[in-house]
Write a protein that binds this ligand. Structure first.
Ligand code: ATP
Ligand code: MG
Length: 416
């Protein structure tokens, strides 16, 4: 057996794991400011859930899903994205009936069997927000500006918002016909996958990595019906009021089937080719199509791995223990052990190595730990009822502190 993780899967080690935790904590703060509550949904669902909601012509479902038959003969899949499970939970538990706004977030791994490369993993983390039940443009503007608020608080730079409207089912029905006629007449210019999928889903050609670029200049554009045009105009006006800069990008179609009206993506110029930090949009018809009530909705998903790439070179808080406790004599071990507990009880982080080792060796571990202070208990200290307090990072003399006062003394010094 080789001690290696699977291709495209990785261990998150410190300090990156700590950066992930800080991003999550900041997201939780922002979600509570906007009235969002947490949902924790299963990692595995029926495969059909994703096929029906994400869409059977999407890359995610067609090529990237980890699906298998479980021991009971059920066709299941490891979630490639969160929205289908979240909508399933919303319907299953009647979450629209609680009296509160249906604003939910979840944080967790998503799984896609894609070609691994920088910023693209087979297990990656998303932070997702979903707002169900509000059809108004203010919901679109709030959702997008919340995302930008979070990115701003995290100190992410170099981001832009790409915005488009895909209209309602009616707008897209007309457009599909026009676009399909156009694409059929140019079939030989399309890449192979697009040739295969335009009959089922012509819009997918627009965000194809190969055909999208030339189609964007030439293909007919979607015409919005008056209601959808008004919704899009209002959304833009409110984004302006919220101070969110954006570019309207008529080629942004997003790779999922359920989107309607507003779609958006946040990209960073600092990320190279995997430049999407977050993406989302409205899905006004999804809840109903999955057997739930007619509930318009909007949401986004943010890639934490890519966010961490953007933030990793920024100064990070020091997570080293503040103190390191040392026993300088055999009999001092129990006292030193009690001191560790007293420090932690006072809210001061504390660590130690092995009290049976030499003073020199324990001091070396203290230096390596990054602690600001060593607290040493030796024969003299045991007799005097004190601990020796020694600064490790700044010059300064070792001083004797009464044992019971040591935690408070350290706290005072750390606060200063
Ligand atoms: P991309 O165009 O990069 O493939 P996507 O449109 O497939 O992105 P979404 O389904 O919108 O991505 O997921 C939301 C976010 O999740 C993305 O903006 C990205 O930050 C992140 N993400 C998607 N796929 C991966 C992956 N394989 N590895 C790491 N992060 C990912
Ligand atoms: Mg993708």
């Amino acid at each position: 057996m080789s001690a290696r993780s699977l291709r495209g899967f990785r261990d998150l080690l410190p300090p990156e794991s700590e950066l992930f935790a800080r991003i999550e904590a900041r997201a939780r703060e922002v979600f509570s400011l906007y009235g969002y509550q947490e949902l924790r949904i299963p990692t595995i669902e029926m495969k059909e859930l994703f096929v029906k909601s994400t869409g059977d012509t999407t890359d995610i479902v067609e090529k990237e899903m980890y699906a298998f038959t479980d021991g009971g003969g059920r066709e299941v899949a490891v979630r490639p994205e969160g929205t289908p499970g979240m909508v399933r939970a919303y319907i299953e538990h009647n979450l629209g009936q609680t009296g509160r706004n249906s604003k939910f977030f979840y944080i967790g791994s998503m799984f896609r069997a894609e070609r691994p490369q920088a910023g693209r993993y087979r297990e990656f983390e998303q932070i997702d927000a979903e707002y169900i039940g509000n059809p108004a443009p203010a919901a679109d503007a709030e959702t997008i500006s919340m995302l930008l608020d979070l990115l701003g608080r995290l100190g992410v730079e170099g981001c832009s918002v790409e915005l488009n409207s895909l209209g309602c089912a009616e707008c897209r029905r007309n457009y599909r016909t026009t676009l399909l006629d156009y694409l059929r007449a140019r079939r030989e210019r399309l890449c192979e996958p697009c040739q295969g999928r335009i009959e089922r889903n012509p819009l997918r050609a627009l965000d194809c990595k190969t055909d999208g670029p030339w189609l964007s200049g030439e293909a007919p554009k979607l015409q919005l019906c008056p209601d959808c045009a008004a919704h899009f105009a209002d959304t833009q006006r409110l984004l302006g009021l919220a101070g969110v800069p954006y570019n309207v990008n008529p080629n942004l179609v997003r790779g999922l089937d359920y989107y309607s009206r507003t779609v958006f993506e946040v990209r960073s110029t600092l990320l190279g080719s995997q430049d999407a930090v977050a993406g989302g949009g409205r899905y006004d018809d999804l809840v109903k199509s999955m057997g739930g009530p007619a509930a318009p909705a909007i949401g986004w998903g943010m890639g934490v791995d890519r966010l961490a790439m953007l933030l990793k070179d920024k100064p990070q808080p020091d997570t080293a223990p503040k103190t390191f406790v040392i026993a300088a004599a055999k009999e001092a071990g129990d006292r030193a052990f009690e001191l560790l507990a007293a420090l932690r009880a006072a809210g001061v982080s504390a660590d130690f190595s092995n009290f049976a080792l030499s003073l020199r060796s324990q001091m070396r571990s203290a230096d390596k730990s990054g602690a600001a202070y060593a607290l040493i208990v030796g024969e003299d200290e045991l007799k005097a009822g004190t601990a020796a307090l020694k600064p490790l990072k700044a010059p300064g003399e070792q001083t004797a502190v009464p044992f019971a006062e040591a935690p408070a003394r350290v706290k005072q010094l750390l606060g200063a």
